[in-house]
Design a protein around this ligand. Structure first.
Ligand code: F0G
Length: 351
Protein backbone atom coordinates (compact mmCIF):
# COMPACT_ATOMS: atom_id res chain seq x y z
CA UNK A 1 0.00 0.00 0.00
CA UNK A 2 1.64 3.29 -1.04
CA UNK A 3 1.73 5.87 1.68
CA UNK A 4 1.39 3.31 4.46
CA UNK A 5 1.78 5.46 7.60
CA UNK A 6 3.00 2.82 10.07
CA UNK A 7 0.85 0.87 12.50
CA UNK A 8 -0.12 3.67 14.89
CA UNK A 9 -1.71 5.78 12.18
CA UNK A 10 -3.06 2.73 10.33
CA UNK A 11 -5.06 1.68 13.42
CA UNK A 12 -5.49 4.97 15.32
CA UNK A 13 -8.55 3.93 17.30
CA UNK A 14 -7.02 0.63 18.37
CA UNK A 15 -3.48 1.78 19.15
CA UNK A 16 -3.92 4.76 21.47
CA UNK A 17 -1.05 7.15 22.15
CA UNK A 18 -0.88 10.13 24.53
CA UNK A 19 -2.66 13.29 23.29
CA UNK A 20 -0.43 15.42 21.05
CA UNK A 21 2.32 12.78 21.07
CA UNK A 22 4.72 12.91 18.17
CA UNK A 23 4.45 9.58 16.36
CA UNK A 24 7.82 7.87 16.00
CA UNK A 25 7.54 5.50 13.05
CA UNK A 26 9.79 3.89 10.47
CA UNK A 27 6.83 2.69 8.41
CA UNK A 28 6.49 -0.67 10.17
CA UNK A 29 3.66 -3.12 9.48
CA UNK A 30 1.73 -3.92 6.28
CA UNK A 31 4.01 -6.92 5.77
CA UNK A 32 3.17 -9.51 3.10
CA UNK A 33 0.79 -12.37 3.79
CA UNK A 34 2.46 -14.67 1.34
CA UNK A 35 0.90 -17.91 0.05
CA UNK A 36 3.21 -20.88 0.67
CA UNK A 37 2.45 -23.38 -2.12
CA UNK A 38 5.01 -25.98 -1.13
CA UNK A 39 3.97 -26.04 2.52
CA UNK A 40 0.34 -26.11 1.44
CA UNK A 41 1.01 -29.18 -0.69
CA UNK A 42 2.94 -30.91 2.10
CA UNK A 43 0.22 -30.33 4.68
CA UNK A 44 -3.00 -30.42 2.66
CA UNK A 45 -3.83 -27.00 4.10
CA UNK A 46 -3.86 -23.47 2.72
CA UNK A 47 -0.72 -22.08 4.30
CA UNK A 48 0.29 -18.42 4.37
CA UNK A 49 3.44 -16.84 5.73
CA UNK A 50 3.20 -13.52 7.57
CA UNK A 51 6.63 -12.25 6.60
CA UNK A 52 7.67 -10.07 9.52
CA UNK A 53 11.30 -9.95 8.43
CA UNK A 54 10.18 -7.22 6.03
CA UNK A 55 9.64 -4.73 8.83
CA UNK A 56 12.09 -1.79 8.94
CA UNK A 57 14.62 -3.44 11.24
CA UNK A 58 13.91 -6.95 9.97
CA UNK A 59 11.65 -8.31 12.70
CA UNK A 60 8.16 -8.05 14.20
CA UNK A 61 9.55 -6.13 17.17
CA UNK A 62 9.07 -2.87 15.22
CA UNK A 63 5.28 -3.09 15.67
CA UNK A 64 5.62 -2.80 19.42
CA UNK A 65 8.62 -0.51 19.38
CA UNK A 66 6.94 2.32 17.45
CA UNK A 67 4.35 2.43 20.24
CA UNK A 68 6.82 2.06 23.11
CA UNK A 69 9.15 4.78 21.83
CA UNK A 70 6.26 7.11 20.96
CA UNK A 71 5.02 6.78 24.56
CA UNK A 72 8.51 7.12 26.04
CA UNK A 73 9.16 10.36 24.13
CA UNK A 74 5.73 11.77 25.01
CA UNK A 75 6.44 10.98 28.67
CA UNK A 76 9.60 13.06 28.57
CA UNK A 77 12.10 10.21 28.76
CA UNK A 78 15.49 10.75 27.16
CA UNK A 79 16.75 7.19 27.34
CA UNK A 80 15.38 3.67 26.97
CA UNK A 81 16.71 0.30 27.99
CA UNK A 82 15.92 -3.28 27.04
CA UNK A 83 17.11 -6.83 27.45
CA UNK A 84 17.31 -8.76 24.24
CA UNK A 85 18.32 -11.86 22.35
CA UNK A 86 18.99 -9.37 19.54
CA UNK A 87 15.88 -8.26 17.71
CA UNK A 88 14.39 -6.12 20.43
CA UNK A 89 17.74 -4.36 20.79
CA UNK A 90 17.98 -3.77 17.03
CA UNK A 91 14.49 -2.31 16.99
CA UNK A 92 14.83 -0.25 20.18
CA UNK A 93 18.09 1.31 19.04
CA UNK A 94 16.64 2.25 15.64
CA UNK A 95 13.43 3.82 16.98
CA UNK A 96 15.35 5.56 19.79
CA UNK A 97 17.71 7.04 17.18
CA UNK A 98 14.72 8.23 15.19
CA UNK A 99 13.28 9.88 18.31
CA UNK A 100 16.56 11.53 19.27
CA UNK A 101 16.77 9.38 22.40
CA UNK A 102 19.62 7.26 23.66
CA UNK A 103 19.30 3.50 24.03
CA UNK A 104 21.01 0.90 26.15
CA UNK A 105 20.73 -2.79 25.38
CA UNK A 106 21.60 -5.75 27.59
CA UNK A 107 22.41 -8.86 25.58
CA UNK A 108 23.55 -12.34 26.61
CA UNK A 109 27.25 -12.61 25.93
CA UNK A 110 28.18 -14.48 22.76
CA UNK A 111 24.59 -15.53 22.10
CA UNK A 112 23.32 -12.83 19.80
CA UNK A 113 23.33 -13.22 16.03
CA UNK A 114 25.83 -11.03 14.20
CA UNK A 115 23.38 -9.03 12.10
CA UNK A 116 21.46 -7.94 15.18
CA UNK A 117 24.62 -6.80 16.94
CA UNK A 118 25.59 -4.87 13.79
CA UNK A 119 22.23 -3.08 13.91
CA UNK A 120 22.63 -1.99 17.54
CA UNK A 121 26.13 -0.74 16.72
CA UNK A 122 24.91 1.10 13.63
CA UNK A 123 22.13 2.87 15.52
CA UNK A 124 24.48 4.02 18.26
CA UNK A 125 23.16 1.95 21.16
CA UNK A 126 25.13 1.49 24.35
CA UNK A 127 25.62 -2.27 24.23
CA UNK A 128 26.31 -4.22 27.40
CA UNK A 129 27.11 -7.92 27.04
CA UNK A 130 25.93 -9.62 30.20
CA UNK A 131 27.53 -12.76 31.58
CA UNK A 132 24.22 -14.57 31.69
CA UNK A 133 21.24 -15.52 29.57
CA UNK A 134 18.26 -13.48 28.36
CA UNK A 135 16.35 -14.07 31.59
CA UNK A 136 19.21 -12.51 33.59
CA UNK A 137 19.33 -9.57 31.18
CA UNK A 138 15.58 -8.94 31.54
CA UNK A 139 15.75 -8.96 35.32
CA UNK A 140 18.64 -6.46 35.20
CA UNK A 141 16.86 -4.19 32.73
CA UNK A 142 13.71 -4.19 34.89
CA UNK A 143 15.69 -3.33 38.03
CA UNK A 144 17.57 -0.54 36.27
CA UNK A 145 14.39 1.00 34.83
CA UNK A 146 12.68 0.84 38.23
CA UNK A 147 15.48 2.77 39.93
CA UNK A 148 16.82 5.14 37.26
CA UNK A 149 15.29 7.60 34.75
CA UNK A 150 15.29 5.23 31.79
CA UNK A 151 12.25 3.69 30.10
CA UNK A 152 11.91 -0.09 29.77
CA UNK A 153 10.88 -1.12 26.24
CA UNK A 154 10.69 -4.88 26.66
CA UNK A 155 7.29 -6.49 26.12
CA UNK A 156 6.60 -6.32 29.87
CA UNK A 157 5.86 -2.71 28.89
CA UNK A 158 2.16 -3.21 28.01
CA UNK A 159 2.08 -0.78 25.08
CA UNK A 160 4.51 -3.06 23.20
CA UNK A 161 1.90 -5.81 22.99
CA UNK A 162 -0.79 -3.36 21.83
CA UNK A 163 1.40 -2.57 18.83
CA UNK A 164 2.04 -6.24 18.14
CA UNK A 165 -1.71 -6.96 17.95
CA UNK A 166 -1.71 -5.13 14.60
CA UNK A 167 -0.24 -8.17 12.83
CA UNK A 168 -3.38 -10.19 13.64
CA UNK A 169 -5.58 -7.35 12.37
CA UNK A 170 -3.63 -7.08 9.12
CA UNK A 171 -4.10 -10.81 8.53
CA UNK A 172 -7.86 -10.57 9.08
CA UNK A 173 -8.08 -7.43 6.93
CA UNK A 174 -6.29 -9.16 4.04
CA UNK A 175 -8.02 -12.57 4.30
CA UNK A 176 -11.42 -11.09 5.06
CA UNK A 177 -11.65 -13.63 7.89
CA UNK A 178 -9.50 -15.10 10.65
CA UNK A 179 -7.38 -18.17 9.86
CA UNK A 180 -8.31 -21.54 11.38
CA UNK A 181 -4.87 -22.00 12.89
CA UNK A 182 -2.04 -19.61 13.65
CA UNK A 183 1.50 -20.95 14.20
CA UNK A 184 4.12 -18.89 16.04
CA UNK A 185 7.58 -19.36 17.48
CA UNK A 186 7.53 -18.63 21.21
CA UNK A 187 10.35 -17.23 23.33
CA UNK A 188 9.45 -14.61 25.91
CA UNK A 189 5.81 -15.25 24.87
CA UNK A 190 4.79 -11.64 24.21
CA UNK A 191 3.95 -12.17 20.56
CA UNK A 192 1.57 -15.10 20.95
CA UNK A 193 -0.12 -13.13 23.73
CA UNK A 194 -0.47 -10.08 21.48
CA UNK A 195 -1.76 -12.02 18.46
CA UNK A 196 -4.41 -13.73 20.55
CA UNK A 197 -5.56 -10.42 22.05
CA UNK A 198 -5.68 -8.95 18.55
CA UNK A 199 -7.80 -11.78 17.14
CA UNK A 200 -10.07 -11.79 20.18
CA UNK A 201 -10.58 -8.03 19.90
CA UNK A 202 -11.54 -8.24 16.21
CA UNK A 203 -13.99 -11.07 16.96
CA UNK A 204 -15.48 -9.16 19.89
CA UNK A 205 -16.03 -6.16 17.65
CA UNK A 206 -17.69 -8.32 15.00
CA UNK A 207 -15.02 -7.76 12.35
CA UNK A 208 -14.42 -11.53 12.07
CA UNK A 209 -16.75 -14.32 13.08
CA UNK A 210 -14.19 -16.77 14.41
CA UNK A 211 -10.75 -16.86 16.01
CA UNK A 212 -7.85 -19.16 15.15
CA UNK A 213 -6.44 -21.92 17.32
CA UNK A 214 -3.06 -20.65 18.49
CA UNK A 215 -0.19 -23.13 18.00
CA UNK A 216 2.95 -22.00 19.87
CA UNK A 217 6.26 -23.70 19.16
CA UNK A 218 9.43 -23.54 21.23
CA UNK A 219 12.93 -24.91 20.67
CA UNK A 220 13.33 -28.24 22.47
CA UNK A 221 16.25 -26.94 24.56
CA UNK A 222 14.30 -23.86 25.61
CA UNK A 223 10.74 -25.09 26.03
CA UNK A 224 9.45 -23.99 29.45
CA UNK A 225 5.85 -23.69 28.26
CA UNK A 226 5.88 -27.22 26.90
CA UNK A 227 7.50 -28.60 30.05
CA UNK A 228 5.34 -26.51 32.35
CA UNK A 229 8.32 -25.19 34.31
CA UNK A 230 11.17 -22.71 33.79
CA UNK A 231 14.36 -23.94 32.13
CA UNK A 232 17.47 -22.82 34.04
CA UNK A 233 19.95 -23.13 31.17
CA UNK A 234 18.11 -22.79 27.88
CA UNK A 235 20.10 -23.82 24.79
CA UNK A 236 19.22 -23.75 21.10
CA UNK A 237 20.63 -22.67 17.78
CA UNK A 238 17.54 -20.47 17.54
CA UNK A 239 19.15 -17.83 19.77
CA UNK A 240 16.24 -15.39 19.45
CA UNK A 241 14.02 -17.76 21.44
CA UNK A 242 16.66 -18.93 23.91
CA UNK A 243 14.46 -17.98 26.87
CA UNK A 244 14.00 -20.09 30.00
CA UNK A 245 11.42 -18.13 31.93
CA UNK A 246 9.04 -16.22 29.62
CA UNK A 247 7.71 -12.92 30.97
CA UNK A 248 4.32 -13.41 29.27
CA UNK A 249 3.88 -17.00 30.48
CA UNK A 250 0.31 -16.39 31.67
CA UNK A 251 -0.65 -14.60 28.45
CA UNK A 252 0.59 -17.50 26.36
CA UNK A 253 -1.33 -20.05 28.43
CA UNK A 254 -4.47 -17.94 28.05
CA UNK A 255 -3.92 -17.80 24.29
CA UNK A 256 -3.57 -21.56 24.08
CA UNK A 257 -6.49 -22.38 26.37
CA UNK A 258 -9.02 -19.82 25.13
CA UNK A 259 -8.24 -20.63 21.49
CA UNK A 260 -8.17 -24.41 21.84
CA UNK A 261 -4.56 -24.38 20.71
CA UNK A 262 -1.40 -26.15 21.78
CA UNK A 263 2.27 -25.77 22.71
CA UNK A 264 4.92 -28.07 21.34
CA UNK A 265 8.63 -28.05 20.70
CA UNK A 266 10.96 -28.72 17.78
CA UNK A 267 14.54 -29.92 17.96
CA UNK A 268 17.35 -27.79 16.53
CA UNK A 269 17.60 -30.32 13.70
CA UNK A 270 13.90 -29.95 12.87
CA UNK A 271 14.24 -26.17 13.06
CA UNK A 272 17.20 -26.17 10.67
CA UNK A 273 15.39 -28.53 8.27
CA UNK A 274 12.43 -26.15 8.21
CA UNK A 275 14.81 -23.19 7.81
CA UNK A 276 16.36 -24.76 4.70
CA UNK A 277 12.99 -25.86 3.33
CA UNK A 278 11.68 -22.30 3.55
CA UNK A 279 14.67 -20.77 1.83
CA UNK A 280 15.13 -23.41 -0.87
CA UNK A 281 11.49 -24.25 -1.64
CA UNK A 282 9.48 -21.14 -0.78
CA UNK A 283 12.23 -18.59 -1.50
CA UNK A 284 11.77 -17.06 1.93
CA UNK A 285 14.92 -16.52 4.00
CA UNK A 286 14.23 -16.28 7.72
CA UNK A 287 16.30 -16.58 10.84
CA UNK A 288 16.34 -19.98 12.58
CA UNK A 289 13.89 -18.99 15.35
CA UNK A 290 11.32 -18.01 12.75
CA UNK A 291 11.54 -21.45 11.15
CA UNK A 292 10.34 -22.93 14.44
CA UNK A 293 6.75 -22.15 13.45
CA UNK A 294 7.30 -24.14 10.23
CA UNK A 295 8.96 -27.02 12.08
CA UNK A 296 5.89 -27.09 14.32
CA UNK A 297 3.53 -26.88 11.35
CA UNK A 298 5.18 -29.92 9.76
CA UNK A 299 5.29 -31.84 13.04
CA UNK A 300 1.59 -31.32 13.78
CA UNK A 301 0.73 -32.10 10.18
CA UNK A 302 2.67 -35.36 10.33
CA UNK A 303 1.05 -36.55 13.54
CA UNK A 304 -2.49 -35.58 12.56
CA UNK A 305 -3.04 -32.61 14.84
CA UNK A 306 -3.30 -30.18 11.91
CA UNK A 307 -6.69 -30.80 10.27
CA UNK A 308 -6.43 -31.02 6.47
CA UNK A 309 -8.12 -28.19 4.63
CA UNK A 310 -7.37 -25.65 7.35
CA UNK A 311 -6.42 -22.07 6.56
CA UNK A 312 -3.13 -21.70 8.40
CA UNK A 313 -0.99 -18.63 8.96
CA UNK A 314 2.60 -19.07 10.13
CA UNK A 315 4.36 -15.96 11.34
CA UNK A 316 8.00 -15.90 10.29
CA UNK A 317 9.31 -13.38 12.74
CA UNK A 318 12.75 -12.25 11.57
CA UNK A 319 14.85 -11.90 8.41
CA UNK A 320 17.46 -14.50 7.47
CA UNK A 321 20.17 -11.87 7.11
CA UNK A 322 20.01 -11.36 10.87
CA UNK A 323 22.05 -14.52 11.34
CA UNK A 324 24.61 -14.95 8.55
CA UNK A 325 26.65 -17.44 10.59
CA UNK A 326 23.86 -20.01 10.56
CA UNK A 327 23.24 -19.47 6.85
CA UNK A 328 26.91 -20.08 6.07
CA UNK A 329 27.36 -23.07 8.36
CA UNK A 330 28.82 -26.00 6.53
CA UNK A 331 29.95 -23.89 3.59
CA UNK A 332 33.62 -24.73 3.09
CA UNK A 333 34.48 -22.47 0.21
CA UNK A 334 32.78 -20.67 -2.66
CA UNK A 335 34.37 -22.22 -5.72
CA UNK A 336 36.86 -19.91 -7.50
CA UNK A 337 36.49 -19.89 -11.30
CA UNK A 338 38.62 -18.07 -13.90
CA UNK A 339 37.15 -15.27 -16.04
CA UNK A 340 36.20 -17.68 -18.80
CA UNK A 341 32.78 -18.77 -20.09
CA UNK A 342 33.91 -22.34 -20.75
CA UNK A 343 35.11 -22.61 -17.17
CA UNK A 344 31.77 -21.26 -15.87
CA UNK A 345 29.86 -23.75 -18.04
CA UNK A 346 32.05 -26.60 -16.93
CA UNK A 347 31.73 -25.63 -13.24
CA UNK A 348 27.94 -25.65 -13.70
CA UNK A 349 27.98 -28.97 -15.62
CA UNK A 350 26.32 -27.25 -18.57
CA UNK A 351 26.78 -28.81 -21.97
N1 F0G B 1 11.22 -14.83 16.72
C1 F0G B 1 12.19 -13.91 16.78
C2 F0G B 1 12.99 -13.65 15.55
C3 F0G B 1 12.44 -13.21 17.99
O1 F0G B 1 13.40 -12.30 18.02
C4 F0G B 1 11.67 -13.52 19.12
C5 F0G B 1 11.92 -12.86 20.39
C6 F0G B 1 10.65 -14.48 18.99
C7 F0G B 1 10.46 -15.11 17.78
C8 F0G B 1 9.77 -14.86 20.11
O2 F0G B 1 8.84 -13.87 20.41
O3 F0G B 1 9.52 -13.45 22.74
O4 F0G B 1 7.36 -12.60 21.85
O5 F0G B 1 7.71 -15.03 22.25
N2 F0G B 1 12.93 -12.12 20.60
C9 F0G B 1 13.14 -11.37 21.86
C10 F0G B 1 14.28 -10.37 21.66
C11 F0G B 1 13.26 -12.21 23.06
O6 F0G B 1 14.95 -10.00 22.65
O7 F0G B 1 14.50 -9.92 20.54
P1 F0G B 1 8.32 -13.73 21.89
Amino acid sequence: RPGWPGIIQAYPSRVPIPPNAKVITLGEGNTPLLPAPHLSELTGCTVYLKVEGLNPTGSFKDRGMTVAITHALANGLEAVICASTGNTSASASAYAARAGMTSAVLVPRGKIALGKLAQAVAHGARILQIDGNFDDCLELAQKTAAEYPVGLVNSVNPVRLIGQKTAAWEICDVLGRAPDIHCLPVGNAGNITAYWRGYAEYAQDGLVDSTPRMFGFQAAGAAPLVLGEPVANPETIATAIRVGSPASWAGAVTARDESGGLFDSATDEQILDAYRLLSTREGVFVEPSSATSIAGLLKTSADGRLPKGSVVVCTVTGHGLKDPDTALRGLVEVEPVPVDATAVASALDLR
